[in-house]
Design a protein around this ligand. Sequence first.
Ligand SMILES: Nc1ncnc2c1ncn2[C@@H]1O[C@H](COP(=O)(O)OP(=O)(O)OP(=O)(O)O)[C@@H](O)[C@H]1O
Length: 369
Amino acid sequence: MAEITLKGLAHSYEKTPKGAADYAIRQMDHVWHQGGAYALLGPSGCGKSTLLNIISGLLEPSEGDVLFDGHRVNELPPEERNIAQVFQFPVIYDTMTVFDNLAFPLRNMNTPEYRVKPKVLEVADILELTPLLDRKAKNLTADEKQKVSMGRGLVRDDVTAILFDEPLTVIDPQLKWKLRRKLKEIHERFNITMIYVTHDQLEASTFADKIAVMYEGQVVQFGTPRELFERPAHTFVGYFIGSPGMNFMAVEYRDGQVMFGTQPLPISEQMKHAVTSAANASSSNIKLGIRPEFIAIATSPTANSVPISVTSVQDLGTYSLLTFKLNEQTFKARLPEGHQPVGETAFAHFDDAHLALYIDEYLVEAGNE
Ligand SMILES: Nc1ncnc2c1ncn2[C@@H]1O[C@H](COP(=O)(O)OP(=O)(O)OP(=O)(O)O)[C@@H](O)[C@H]1O
């Protein structure tokens, strides 16, 4: 068990990287604390697998250090790092029984048989593999094989961390939820650091206490699922987390008003002040973000509302999703159950407490600018 620190870490698959675009991992500092249940979340190609392989030792970073409990392990091969890794596709021995597959990592370390059996039985019980212990692995379904693969990562008591690289890809959708809960249970029981790679926000938030959101080779926010939802630190987090994601308006300060195109925005003095300061600091990339949940829609003008053109209203069961245009841009707003019928023209109020200011894509707390 260990704390895993990434210090000034960067990785390029190019021999002579010329610029940021040549890096799969761009300069990052990050700490995974012992015993945490973490998710590494991001879109395809953002560098998740590269980072996981650097932690496990399958890949040596081109720059920076990987430290386990403060000791540099850059050159240590995976087998000497005590990291268990579960991949997208099952890694098992087809000709062995399920029992022997689960026992393999322990026997490989010369663990005495009297200690192998109870551990294998315990892990088989957790993963509901007990009835299959005598079966040859080749006769298992894809789900069962992946459970054996996970079990092989869980049998060892001495692992520093278990890394999961999209482990539920091959699992039947109905079983996915159950297995995620199981992993969480296992985490609570054994207190092992777990890092779970996924591009699915639901999968990340049901498994992890804290999520690292990756974008273009960087961790742009590390926080609880609630923090990512309530205070996205980067516009990408706002866009990626939530269903649908955050709305953004590129704004500028003109003639004493905060303008979204030709539309003056009725916002608080404090927010106006924050935008003015950013504009005075000659930043040209100023955005206001608001989640669809916090746009109030009214059928007649209200204080501080702006007129909008409604494009569609979709009934999604417990709520409706309203799509509208303002200044030629498309927005989404969530309407509560039982909302009033909305016509082609309506009025939107952006709840000030939930408006977030972004300068050069990063969140600025109003008042801290
Ligand atoms: N072996 C490799 N050689 C060269 N480039 C690579 C290699 N592996 C990954 N890359 C590149 O590095 C970047 C990050 O890839 P990586 O596989 O780490 O992303 P990811 O977030 O895990 O994506 P996915 O979810 O699709 O697996 C991508 O641009 C990818 O094309």
